[in-house]
Design a protein around this ligand. Structure first.
Ligand SMILES: Cc1cc2nc3c(=O)[nH]c(=O)nc-3n(C[C@H](O)[C@H](O)[C@H](O)COP(=O)(O)OP(=O)(O)OC[C@H]3O[C@@H](n4cnc5c(N)ncnc54)[C@H](O)[C@@H]3O)c2cc1C
Ligand code: FES
Ligand code: FES
Length: 484
């Protein structure tokens, strides 16, 4: 059985289809049609809901953290122990919520299709910001599409909603909601099943490892932002799921003198501040990774686990020499990320083995790390090419080189010939051009909807040239605009 709060109502579910999304649950099981389906693939934001989770703040006080998610990509088992808020829950005692009122006052309310999603993104923004901030408003709304009019009135509503934040029913009921969430906090493995389909929801890493041993055919479900597409887009059935998002040991970031250890189930939005502080380009990449809704639910481990050739974090992590801690049963092993990817969607992961954490070396002044993402749109778009360069240059000579690309081969991969062309060479235009030429030995990219093979190779070479220019003239900040 899983249990969660539907706004303030306790729901206990025993026998739901574990492949059911929160969107279907709201609309079809509960008859709440306010949350809309536009794409069922995480692209439009019409299905945005807000999920509240218990969290302890820096002062040791329990609080509720509210985050926007795409209901179309969230399986219902991921709600276990949490609070689900949908657009129907905002109006209270006959009065619109202040974010809804701001949409009305600023003429931001347009068609009934996109508006509920915008309202829920604004609600999450209001809960998480102390003052109006146009950057944060853009970020909060980048995953909500309107196909007909403009965003200006909606941005005005965002500003008004964050400027004028009267206490709402969620603030008034916070103490009680915290008590109710504590009362349903998961303490042992839960299960949701229907016929021969099941989703297991462990709370410890040891239980996860044991369950995965018993069910080696199970699919691990982290944020579900990739996995759910198999159900919503490919119409597959996933008969056995193990949801790892409630395993506390897999979440969070530990900082050591020489490395960061990032739990595999840490949400991408939770990785942002730490990675940005260490490697500004990593922070910038994460800002351009999908939408806030996706980053709130998608995880770093999932971005590696899906083994996509166009996953954004792997090239950066490979260039940084990140290591994975893999676990199977009680045994763990460490593997360099560059050795994890073997062939298209084939990895070194064994049956019942999972990624426990990702270890990333701390930044060092000796290494020059930069990363660039080329995509058709700035926001919410997958890479055509993603490049990461990390060189150690000593007295003008390249002493060590780690260069990796996504979108150039069947796997995220190091550019070994390019690195060889640079090693021991002076860091100057001649060796740069030899290294650019060597990229042709490293990669024979494919043409697809995102880019032609010629465009990809040319982009890869030009990104290396861009890196060279940036290192020669560090005041030039060209990477923000690295999109087509
Ligand atoms: C609209 C949209 C936009 C997107 N934009 C981007 C983008 O800009 N850049 C990008 O890189 N990706 C993008 N993605 C893809 C996706 O969001 C990311 O890959 C995300 O990091 C996946 O994480 P998750 O936790 O949701 O993974 P899930 O969907 O839960 O899992 C993905 C795969 O990894 C496996 N897995 C998960 N955790 C582990 C683990 N600990 N050990 C072993 N295997 C594991 C799962 O079994 C599954 O096979 C986008 C997706 C959507 C829907
Ligand atoms: S329905 Fe479009 S993002 Fe969910
Ligand atoms: S999609 Fe709703 S107003 Fe444009």
């Amino acid at each position: 059985m899983i249990q969660f709060l539907l706004n303030q109502e306790l729901r206990r579910e025993h026998a739901l289809d574990p492949n059911l999304t929160v969107l279907e649950y709201l609309r079809e099981h509960l008859g709440k049609p306010g949350t809309k389906e536009g794409c069922a693939s995480g692209d439009c934001g019409a299905c945005t809901v807000v999920v509240g989770e218990l969290q302890r703040d820096d002062t040791g006080r329990d609080r509720i953290r509210y985050r926007s998610l795409n209901a179309c990509l969230t399986f219902v088992s991921a709600l276990h122990g949490k609070q689900l808020i949908s657009v129907e829950d905002l109006k209270h005692q006959g009065r619109l919520h202040s974010v809804q009122q701001a949409m009305v006052d600023c003429h931001g309310s347009q068609c009934g299709f996109c508006t509920p999603g915008f309202v829920m993104s604004l609600f999450a923004l209001q809960k998480n910001s102390s003052a109006p901030d146009s950057h944060k408003a853009h970020e909060a709304l980048a995953g909500n599409l309107c196909r007909c009019t403009g965003y200006r009135p909606i941005l005005a509503a965002a500003e008004r909603a964050c400027r004028n934040k009267p206490a709402d029913q969620f603030d008034a009921g916070e103490v009680e909601t915290i008590a109710r969430l504590k009362a349903i906090a998961p303490s042992e493995t839960a299960e949701l099943n229907s016929g021969d389909k099941r989703c297991l929801v462990p709370v410890t890493v040891a239980d996860l490892a044991a369950l995965y041993d018993v069910y080696p055919q199970a699919r691990l479900l982290a944020g579900g932002t990739d996995l759910a597409l198999e159900v919503t887009q490919l119409h597959r059935t996933l008969p056995v799921l193990i949801y790892i998002g409630n395993v506390a040991e897999l979440k969070g970031i530990k900082t050591f003198d020489d490395h960061l250890e990032i739990g595999a189930a840490t949400a991408l939005s939770d990785c942002y501040a730490v990675l940005k502080a260490e490697y500004p380009d990593f922070g910038e990449l994460l800002q351009r990774f999908a939408s806030l809704q996706i980053r709130n639910q998608g995880t770093l481990g999932g971005n590696i686990g899906n083994a996509s050739p166009i996953g954004d974090s792997p090239p950066l992590l490979i260039a940084l020499n990140a290591q994975l801690r893999l676990r199977k049963g009680d045994s763990t092993r460490t593997l360099a990320l560059e050795d994890y990817f073997i062939d298209y969607r084939v990895t070194a992961r064994q049956d019942s083995e999972f990624i426990e954490s990702i270890s990333v070396p701390r930044a060092s002044a000796a290494w020059q790390f930069r990363a660039y993402k080329v995509s058709k749109r700035l926001d919410d778009d997958i890479s055509a090419v993603c490049a990461a360069f990390n060189l150690r240059i000593e007295n003008g000579v390249v002493a060590e080189a780690r260069i990796a690309f996504g979108g150039m081969a069947a796997i995220p991969k190091r550019a070994r010939a390019c690195e060889r062309a640079l090693l021991g060479q002076p860091w100057n235009p001649d060796s740069l051009e030899r290294a650019c030429a060597a990229l042709g030995e490293d990669f024979s990219p494919l043409s697809d909807v995102r880019a032609s093979k010629e465009y990809r190779l040319l982009s890869a070479r030009n990104l290396l040239r861009k890196y060279f220019i940036e290192l020669q003239t560090p005041h030039i900040e060209t990477r923000v605009t690295a999109y087509v």
